[in-house]
Design a protein around this ligand. Structure first.
Ligand SMILES: [Zn+2]
Ligand SMILES: [Zn+2]
Length: 392
């Protein structure tokens, strides 16, 4: 069992995140379908935060748990059924899918029957707390020998070592130009592919499209950069932070809208520019007022693509008659409906061509500084935080 460290998420007690870097032992005996990965880096995705703040049991989340689902590193031990990767290969990690259900067979693995259970719930059996001095962890309730849920999104990459399902692995051997790129490419496996896929696989804009991106975090910016690669009529970036609106302009937005003024109304603001409404709204905020206004702002045959997670109990009301007469569509979207083994190489290719400049979006933090990363994401100074695991 390698002695190592992991960020352990504990019961948030309904208030906030309860994360601390703790000493753990990770099994060095991956199952037949698993790989022991030595993590180099892991992006912090909003879902790590959202799913660490829910009460125990909601959407299958139980504590203590190792989050992290944008990992990169090296395969150190490979289970006998895992193909396409050998010991020592650099790997990029994405979500788990079973490969056998109807959705997987139809090449929509992010809608896999096992998605929620395996990716949100995870399993016990691979990680054990080994803190000898419980007061040093900062969260005050660590117990030596306590078993921890891992395999979050099949990978639990907020750890120096982790047992990862083979289905999560994209072999990066032929994708990298240097080892340093492992940290740069870590976030491709969730946030960036989600934004890209929302455009390529779901929204599918054309030259007449007026596209609106609500929320300019890493997913929204990835969607915007992808849309900018296609002919379009307009791309409108919407956020409350001036720095994000500036960034959106740099990366291809034709218009930006600031939501921060008191009494802001998105539908009104959009119709001032496009009185007939807009073609496509991509919501990455999960903010009900923006989603509702986004729906109202659609022109005939317009569509809204829902990516941002709303409060768990929230339901969006739709007037059926209006919906019929307008031909509008409301579409849910997870992981951009991507196949990671295809999406990740494509994004790397775009990066090399200068068309998807993720290096402008990433801020690096040592893993023990994860609180600084969270603060930067919270105040908007960081678009995508990537934690590095080498020196923990
Ligand atoms: Zn499946
Ligand atoms: Zn994610």
């Amino acid at each position: 069992m390698p002695a190592t460290k992991a960020i352990i998420a504990r019961d948030p007690r309904f208030t906030a995140l309860n994360w601390a870097l703790e000493d753990v032992a990770v099994s060095d005996a991956p199952g037949d379908n698993e790989v022991l990965v030595e993590m180099v880096a892991s992006g912090v995705c909003h879902t790590d935060i959202v799913l660490s703040a829910v009460p125990p049991g909601q959407v299958g989340v139980l504590y203590p748990k190792v989050m992290g689902h944008e990992g990169s590193g090296y395969a150190r031990k490979v289970g006998k059924n895992v193909t396409g990767v050998v010991e020592g290969d650099p790997v990029l990690l994405s979500f788990y899918s079973c490969g056998k259900c109807e959705q997987c067979e139809e090449k929509h693995p992010s809608y896999c029957d096992a998605f929620a259970k395996e990716n949100y719930g995870g399993r016990k059996g691979h990680v054990t707390i080994t803190n000898t001095n419980t007061s040093s962890t900062g969260n005050g309730n660590s117990g030596d020998g306590e078993e921890v849920y891992s395999r979050f999104f099949g990978q639990s990459s907020f750890a120096r070592y982790s047992i990862v399902d083979g289905a999560c692995i994209v072999n990066a051997k032929d994708l990298l130009q240097s080892d340093d790129e492992l940290a740069l490419f870590a976030p491709l496996g969730c946030g960036f592919q989600t934004g890209m896929g929302a455009i390529e696989n779901v929204a599918r804009p054309d030259a007449n499209t007026v596209l609106v991106v609500l929320g300019l975090g890493s997913v929204g910016i990835a969607a915007l950069m992808t849309a900018a690669l296609h002919p379009h009529k307009a791309i409108i970036g919407v956020d409350r932070l001036p720095s994000r609106l500036e960034l959106a302009k740099e990366l291809g937005a034709t218009h930006t809208i600031d939501t921060s003024p008191p009494g802001f109304n998105l539908n009104k603001a959009l119709r001032e520019i496009f009185p007939n409404g807009v073609s496509t709204v991509i919501d990455t905020t999960g903010a009900p007022p923006l989603i509702e206004d986004g729906l109202k702002s659609l022109r005939q045959r317009g569509k809204i693509v829902l990516i941002g997670v709303t409060p768990m109990q929230y339901e969006l009301g739709v007037s059926v008659v209006q919906h019929i007469n307008s031909g509008r569509a409301v579409i849910g979207c997870i992981e951009g409906d991507c196949i990671p083994s295809e999406a990740i190489p494509k994004l790397i290719q775009w990066y090399r061509e200068g068309r998807f400049p993720i290096d402008k979006l990433i801020s690096y933090f040592e893993a023990h500084d994860f609180k600084k990363a969270l603060a930067g994401l919270d105040d908007g100074s960081v678009v995508k935080a990537v934690l590095k695991w080498k020196d923990v």
